[in-house]
Design a protein around this ligand. Structure first.
Ligand code: GDD
Ligand code: MG
Length: 352
């Protein structure tokens, strides 16, 4: 089976970070997010991946080329003007005459692809959607099903008075060619607002498959930070060889002063070639990107610092995300919810 990953969104809710880097390529625990999806696909025997790109397509090619180095065969489709989730599937899936797995490019979850496919086949579905239970369905596509799992209603971003259940579209689908053929070619079209209502109207066999376990759409700054805290907190296995020192996980070439201190729960990941000077205090889960330099006496709590940034002496970071190649000068402090775009310079003793 081939998989198609939707990677063409502009990631507007994840700005400033997506101004430079497309959302699926943003580092999550220091590796491009898509690697988690690639890992999942490989684990389930999927070797051929189609990336449906629109925003900054060259960045994907640069990162993965033909896919050999990530153990896959990757082909790229490009929409010069974005075709929406449906239009992207129609264009990218041209010529595919089998069941196709489609994934949103910003969801972290350990989907059991085999079980999903078995459920799809058993029900002779034209289309199946993986569903997950969440507390706030208004942020997603609400999916109402019958006790047998048949989809009765699909409502993208419902208002609270339209919420009738807690199952939402988890961003993974199985489509038969007959479902893809319903998408009009060459024009912008949405799966969520176009194809799914049309399948329901036509009475096509359209089913939900409820999944459990960890699930996260990394699409906002808050969730981008949270996915790091979850991974480093142990909710998702970090399948990489890392050097361990107590609560510290070190990538090759990372240097951590012997007196680095940690309090609270969680772990601290220090990226390739990063340096942490003496007397630095860490608290909770923290991700330090490759080639970062953390100066003496700084304190970092529940935060993410992307590659190449420098954190000055005595600076304090709490519950925030610092972009690539930023400079936070000595004594500055960055507070909860702050997001510094790539290359930001925060002057000495500033308070954000
Ligand atoms: N190629 C291409 N072209 N890809 C696109 C386009 C486009 O025009 N527009 C969006 N995408 C990609 C995005 O890059 C992302 O990977 C995926 O489609 C979903 O877009 P988001 O912008 O992240 O949508 P969302 O998070 O608001 O909602 C979607 O995901 C939820 C689950 O995370 C919907 O599918 C919801 O129904 C769902 O619950
Ligand atoms: Mg999303």
């Amino acid at each position: 089976m081939k998989a198609l990953i939707l990677t063409g969104g502009q990631g507007l809710r994840l700005r400033p970070f997506t101004c430079e880097t497309p959302k699926p390529l943003l580092p999550v625990a220091n590796v491009p997010f898509l690697l988690y999806q690639f890992q999942l696909l490989r684990r389930h025997g999927v070797r051929e991946v189609l990336l449906a790109t629109a925003y900054r397509p060259e960045a994907f090619r640069r990162a993965f080329g033909d896919g050999r180095k990530v153990g896959l065969r990757i082909r790229y489709a490009f929409e010069p003007s974005p075709l929406g989730t449906g239009g992207a599937v129609r264009k990218t899936a041209e010529g595919i005459d089998r069941t196709l797995l489609v994934l949103n490019g910003d969801v972290l979850n350990d989907l059991d692809v085999g079980a999903f496919l078995r459920s799809h086949r058993r029900r002779k579905a034209a289309a199946s959607i993986a569903l997950v239970r969440v507390k706030d369905p208004t942020l997603y596509g609400l999916v109402e099903t019958s006790p047998e799992g048949r989809i009765l209603r699909f409502l993208e971003k419902p208002t609270w008075d339209e919420v009738t259940c807690n199952t939402i579209n988890a961003g993974a689908y199985l489509f038969e060619p007959s479902a893809v053929a319903r998408i009009p070619p060459g024009v912008p079209y949405s799966l969520e607002r176009g194809l799914f209502p049309s399948l329901l109207e036509a009475g096509a066999p359209f089913y939900g498959f409820v999944i459990g376990g960890y699930w996260m759409d990394i699409g906002t700054v808050e969730k981008y930070l949270q996915v790091h805290l979850d991974i480093l907190g142990g909710a998702v296995p970090l399948e990489r060889a890392l050097r361990r020192r107590g609560r510290f996980l070190l990538e090759p070439g990372a240097r951590l002063a012997a007196d680095a201190a940690h309090d609270g729960e969680g772990r601290v990941l220090i990226g390739r070639g990063a340096r942490v000077a003496p007397c630095v205090q860490f608290s909770g889960s923290v991700c330090v990107g490759p080639r970062c330099a953390i100066a003496r006496g700084a304190s970092l709590a529940g935060c993410v610092v992307l590659g190449g940034s420098r954190i000055g002496e005595g600076a304090r970071l709490k519950d925030c995300v610092v972009g690539h190649r930023c400079v936070v000068e000595a004594g500055a402090s960055i507070g909860p919810g702050r997001a510094l775009g790539d290359g930001t310079v925060v002057k000495r003793f500033s308070q954000l």
